[in-house]
Design a protein. Structure first.
Length: 268
């Protein structure tokens, strides 16, 4: 199989930099382009500069030119940016890996629609460990389906703009599905004042924001007399970037379809 040529969106962002570093190291992946919003100070500089490598690939500000130069665009930006890049990938017939979180229902529908024309991996967390936790949660929810209250607790850095995290929401969805519930119907996103007793069959979410926390997630199953906690802690963003490289390679030569990291890792 020939190398997959990737374009990195949001090249100067926290994930963009990590993705460039990973793409430069990953066998079977070639960094074809890197781009960011017009006006971003890094536009016009070498994409490898922050990783201390001269690549000859300059950070551009024209998404169309960058996406056209690649087989696959990897996007960790913001929903509004990702949807513009998605439209370009559709028009140009390019594959796309989407790590951005915080989409509304219309955004998710646009991604599903694009998956009917181009190959797309869309996942709230590309780390192998988190995807293993999704499977562990299915087992835990099945065994602890009676008499245990489910709470999802997540912590992230002060710069994160969406809450709860995409990963926390997916954890809630995994548990809700296993328990035969709809997350939309049973999620509680905050408590304040006289809340009354906790209702059985709800799934609660708690969000912590502070400092430089990369990303911690815990699902708590709280019973009478015992508690079970399943926790994942990120110490670096590199596992997200390496997972994204696996996702890009998974899409190489593949036809249209909407996939997630469970597909990429063969966990279905
Ligand atoms: N799926 C996963 O495994 C992971 C997902 N994420 C998600 O990835 C996303 C990015 O996170 P992070 O790297 O920390 O964020 P940053 O804010 O550090 O980077 C975002 C980048 O996207 C650019 N950008 C912002 N808005 C737009 C837009 N409208 N159009 C085009 N580009 C835009 C920013 O440019 P500028 O600086 O000019 O605003 C910046 O370069 C978030 O949604 C986060 O939740 C993060 C880690 C792992
Ligand atoms: O914004 C982040 O940093 C992260 N976002 C993703 C999410 O919302 O789940 C993944 C990871 O937790 C880091």
């Amino acid at each position: 199989m020939s190398d997959i040529r990737v374009a990195i969106a949001g090249a100067s962002g926290r994930m963009g930099r990590m993705l460039i570093e990973a793409a430069l190291k990953e066998e079977g992946v070639v960094l074809a382009a890197a781009f960011d919003r017009p006006g971003t100070p890094f536009v016009g500089r070498d994409a490898g500069e922050m990783a201390g490598v001269a690549t000859g690939v300059m950070i551009g500000d024209d998404a169309r030119v960058a996406i056209a130069a690649a087989d696959c665009v990897i996007d960790f930006t913001r929903p509004e940016g990702t949807l513009v890049h998605l439209a370009l990938a559709r028009e140009l017939g390019r594959a796309m890996v989407i790590g951005t979180t915080g989409f509304d229902a219309a955004g998710k529908a646009a991604i599903a629609q694009a998956g009917r024309e181009i190959p797309v991996v869309f996942a709230p967390n590309m780390a192998v460990g988190v995807n293993a936790v999704f499977r562990l949660l299915e087992v835990a929810a099945r065994i602890l389906s009676e008499g245990y209250d489910v709470e999802v607790i997540e912590a992230h850095h002060r710069f994160k703009v969406d809450a709860p995290s995409g990963t926390a929401l997916r954890m809630g969805e995994v548990v809700a599905r296993e328990l035969g519930r709809s997350l939309d119907a049973c999620a509680i996103y905050g408590r304040e004042g006289h809340t009354g007793e906790r209702k059985a069959d709800t799934i609660g979410f708690s969000t912590i924001r502070g400092g430089d926390v990369v990303g911690d997630h815990t699902v708590l199953f709280a019973g009478i007399g015992e508690r079970i906690e399943i926790t994942h802690k990120s110490g670096s963003r590199m596992p997200y970037a390496l997972g994204s490289m696996r996702a890009a390679k998974y899409l190489a030569g593949r036809g249209e379809g909407l996939f997630d990291m469970q597909d990429v890792l063969g966990l279905r």
